[in-house]
Design a protein around this ligand. Structure first.
Ligand SMILES: [Mn+2]
Length: 295
């Protein structure tokens, strides 16, 4: 019997005092970790990182699915308590049972989230809260036709934003956005602001990219408005292998079928413009038809 040490590593978004973090955590940890009962061992604050070391009873298996899930719940709770001044990056487990199982893999393979957006300001907060902490970089291509505060809403939540010119071509918009992903990041994951990946997908991201066998992953898109189910939608791929093609209804091309792994993980598509009906729906359909004709 003893304790397992879990080192939670956060990226600091701005100044955080280690003493303050320690106090906040000690006051609240029981509320966010109802099963795990961790104890704060230490808090280290550097200009770039915040490292929180927790100890947990060693009968708890941090390598099980449930264990990893709980660690993410705790990390998410800490981010929330610190009022989003930190972003969870990863964790390491030290202890009798571990031998640093995650250390290398988790750090070596990085994943960027890529998004294109136009006039999405009201929805950015919800979108970012669902994916916070899971990606090493968040790159947003803001369509230059945007009239609202989409850029600011993303930027103040830690995303890197770039204005991308609209050239009547969604693939161009996506491929031009992808150019801004940090050079050391091999994998990109694509979401639209009206899409929400299920938690199991996010929890398995690091496992998926830790492979030599595949260059891309397919997911199932479920339209929450129409009920339509689309399988095999590629959203996660090695940046050097794939590219977007098609002016509209764009898809990822360039990766041979045997290098694609199709999973059952789901992404929920909340296609609001369809639900809104009326003029908005008519205009959107006309816009898509115009692009289809240009192709
Ligand atoms: Mn959509």
């Amino acid at each position: 019997m003893g304790n397992i040490i879990i080192e939670l590593i956060f990226e600091k978004l701005n100044h955080l005092d280690a003493g303050y973090v320690n106090r906040v955590l000690n006051q609240n940890l029981d509320k966010i970790s109802y099963k795990l009962h961790p104890k704060v061992e230490s808090v280290t604050s550097t200009p770039k990182y915040l490292v929180i070391i927790l100890s947990i009873p060693d009968e708890f298996n941090p390598f099980s699915f449930e264990g990893r899930r709980l660690i993410y719940v705790i990390a998410g709770g800490i981010v929330f308590l610190l009022n989003f001044n930190a972003r969870f990056i990863n964790y390491e487990v030290h202890g009798v049972t571990s031998s640093l199982l995650f250390k290398k893999e988790w750090r070596d393979v990085k994943v960027a989230l890529c998004v294109i957006a136009k006039d999405e300001a009201p929805y950015v907060d919800e979108f970012m809260s669902k994916i916070r902490g899971f990606f090493d970089d968040i790159v947003v291509g803001v369509d230059t036709r945007t009239k609202d505060s989409t850029w600011d809403e993303f930027a103040k939540r830690g995303a890197r934003c770039f204005y991308i010119g609209w050239e009547d071509d969604f693939s161009k918009l996506r491929n031009n956005t992808m150019k801004f992903v940090a050079p050391e990041i091999d994998w990109v994951f694509w979401l639209d602001v009206d899409e929400e990946p299920e938690m199991e997908l996010l929890l398995n991201l690091r496992n998926m990219v830790k492979t030599d066998r595949f260059d891309a992953y397919g997911f199932t898109l479920i339209n929450s408005i129409t009920g339509t189910v689309e399988k095999g939608k590629i959203r996660l791929f090695r940046r050097s292998k794939g590219r977007w093609e098609g002016r509209v209804h764009e898809v990822v091309r360039g990766i041979p079928e045997e290098r694609i792994c199709h999973t059952d993980f789901k992404i929920l598509h909340k296609q609001r413009w369809i639900a809104s009906g009326g003029k908005i729906k008519e205009e959107r359909n006309a816009f898509y038809r115009r692009l289809e004709k240009m192709s």
